[in-house]
Design a protein around this ligand. Structure first.
Ligand SMILES: Cc1ncc(COP(=O)(O)O)c(C=O)c1O
Length: 400
C-alpha cells in the first residue's frame, strides 16, 4: 500500500507552508527565503536516517538511476549487468546512456542471482546492479565479492526498497550508490520524486552538478552568475515535494512496522506443505514486507493455487505474467524502439554483442516466476482482511 494513503493534515500543512511562502524552487531566492530549504532538509534527513554520507533528491527514481549512471560517466560501449525481473526503468536508464544492459538470471529470492553474473562479465562490463525487488535485499555480500574480484562497481537499484536493510545496513548504501523511488506506488511518496544515496564524495559532487545543468551551487553567488562544472540537465526536486517528503519520512518506520506485523500475522495462521515455501531471502529480517511471495512446486500447481485463492476471495498474481516487471514481456526493449535514427546501443559503433533480449533468454527466471504467487500487503489490515488472505492461501494450498 502506497504512502499517499497516509496523507493527512501534516502533508497539507507542509505544502501550504511552501505555497504561502511562495518558495517552490530548491535553489535561488537566497535573500527572501529566510534560510528555509525543504529539499535540502529532506536530503539531510534521509542521509542521516539511512547512514549515507550524501543524498541527492531528484525528480523520479528513474532520474536517480540515470543521474547515477551519468555521474559515473557510463556511456556507449559500457555494459551493466542487472536483473530481468525489475521495473523497465532500471534498463532504460542504462540505455539512455547509450550503454548495454546485460540481463542475467534471478534466484529464489527473486533478486539477481550472483551465480549467474560471472559468465557475463566482459572487458566492457563496468558495474553489476542487483535490484532489491519487492522491498527485500539481494545477496549483497556475494555481489561485493564478485565486484571486488573483477574491479567493477556494485550499484544497487533500491527504488522498491527504501527502509530495507541487509545485515543491519540500509540498502542503497552498500555499493557505490543506491536510488529510492518516491513515485505514487511507493511506501514513501511525494507524488513523483527520487533520491540517490552515496558514500562517495566525488560521485555525489558529479551527480549534484549533472542533475541541475552543471550548476556548482554556491549559495553566496546568485544563480544566474554561478559557474557550471559540466553539461547536465534538469532533474531537480521542488520544495513542494521536499516538504511532503519530510513528513512522509517521519511515517516510514510506522508503515514498515505495520507491514511486517501484518505479514507475520498472515503467516502465523497458515502452514506450508513440503515443496511450498516463502521466497528465499538472504536477510529476511531486513524485508520491509510490501509483498508476500510464495514459491509453489511448479507452474501448473501455481495456476491451480491462483484460481483457488481468487475463488476464496483474495486473489494473487503469478509473477511470470507480470508484464510490468519481467523483461520477457518488454517488446520495446527487444525491438529497440527509439524515435531517433541512430539507436545506440542497438546500432552503435562502440557496442558489441548487444543481447537480443528474447523471451527464451532467462530459463531459470521463467521457472521461478512461473511458480511464484504474490500477494500485496497493506499497512492497514483488520482481522477480517488477515483472515481472508489466510483463507485464500489455505484454499490455494488445498488445490495444489
Ligand atoms: C526497481 C525500480 N527501479 C526504478 C524505478 C523507477 O522509479 P520511478 O517510478 O520513481 O521513476 C522503479 C519504480 O517503480 C522500480 O521499481
Amino acid at each position: 500500500m502506497p504512502g499517499f494513503e497516509l496523507f493527512d493534515q501534516r502533508e497539507i500543512d507542509a505544502v501550504t507552508d511552501v505555497i504561502k511562502r511562495k518558495m517552490v524552487h530548491r535553489y535561488s531566492f537566497q535573500e527572501t527565503r529566510n534560510g528555509i530549504y525543504r529539499v535540502e532538509e529532506f536530503e539531510k534527513a534521509v542521509a542521516e536516517k539511512f547512514g549515507a554520507k550524501h543524498c541527492l533528491a531528484v525528480s523520479s527514481g528513474s532520474a536517480a538511476l540515470y543521474v547515477g549512471f551519468r555521474g559515473l560517466g557510463i556511456g556507449p560501449g559500457d555494459e551493466i549487468i542487472t536483473s530481468p525481473f525489475t521495473f523497465i526503468a532500471s534498463v532504460e536508464a542504462i540505455l539512455e546512456c547509450g550503454a548495454v544492459p546485460v540481463l542475467a538470471e534471478i534466484d529464489e529470492s527473486l533478486n539477481l542471482d550472483p551465480d549467474s553474473v560471472e559468465d557475463l562479465i566482459t572487458e566492457r562490463t563496468k558495474a553489476i546492479m542487483p535490484v532489491h525487488m519487492f522491498g527485500a535485499a539481494a545477496d549483497l555480500d556475494a555481489f561485493a565479492e564478485i565486484c571486488e574480484e573483477y574491479g567493477l562497481w556494485l550499484l544497487e537499484d533500491s527504488c522498491q526498497a527504501m527502509g530495507a536493510t541487509y545485515h543491519g545496513r540500509s540498502v542503497g548504501t552498500y555499493g557505490k550508490w543506491g536510488p529510492y523511488s518516491l513515485d505514487p506506488y511507493k511506501l514513501l511518496t511525494v507524488g513523483e520524486g527520487g533520491l540517490i544515496v552515496t558514500n562517495d564524495d566525488e560521485t555525489y559532487r558529479r551527480m549534484e552538478y549533472y542533475h541541475d545543468h552543471g550548476h556548482i551551487h554556491n549559495p553566496a553567488i546568485p544563480r544566474g552568475a554561478e559557474g557550471k562544472a559540466c553539461l547536465g540537465f534538469n532533474f531537480r526536486m521542488s520544495e513542494i515535494q521536499g516538504a511532503i517528503g519530510l513528513v512522509q519520512l517521519d511515517k516510514l518506520d510506522g508503515a514498515i512496522a505495520s507491514l511486517r506485523k501484518n505479514k507475520k500475522r498472515v503467516l502465523d495462521g497458515v502452514k506450508f506443505p513440503e515443496g511450498v515455501r516463502l521466497r528465499d531471502l538472504p536477510d529476511s529480517e531486513g524485508d520491509i514486507a510490501t509483498q508476500l511471495v510464495i514459491l509453489l512446486p511448479d507452474a501448473e500447481s501455481a495456476k491451480r493455487f491462483q484460481k483457488a485463492s481468487g475463488e476464496a476471495g483474495c486473489g494473487c498474481g503469478i509473477l511470470s505474467g507480470n508484464t510490468w516487471h519481467y523483461a520477457r514481456h518488454w517488446e520495446t526493449l527487444r525491438e529497440g524502439s527509439y524515435y531517433s535514427r541512430i539507436r545506440c546501443p542497438y546500432d552503435c559503433p562502440y557496442a558489441e554483442d548487444v543481447p537480443l533480449y528474447r523471451p527464451v533468454e532467462w530459463p531459470r527466471t521463467q521457472d521461478i516466476l512461473s511458480r511464484a504467487a504474490v500477494f500485496g500487503m497493506d499497512i492497514f489490515m483488520d482481522d477480517l482482511k488477515i483472515a481472508s488472505m489466510q483463507n485464500a492461501i489455505r484454499a490455494g494450498i488445498k488445490a495444489l
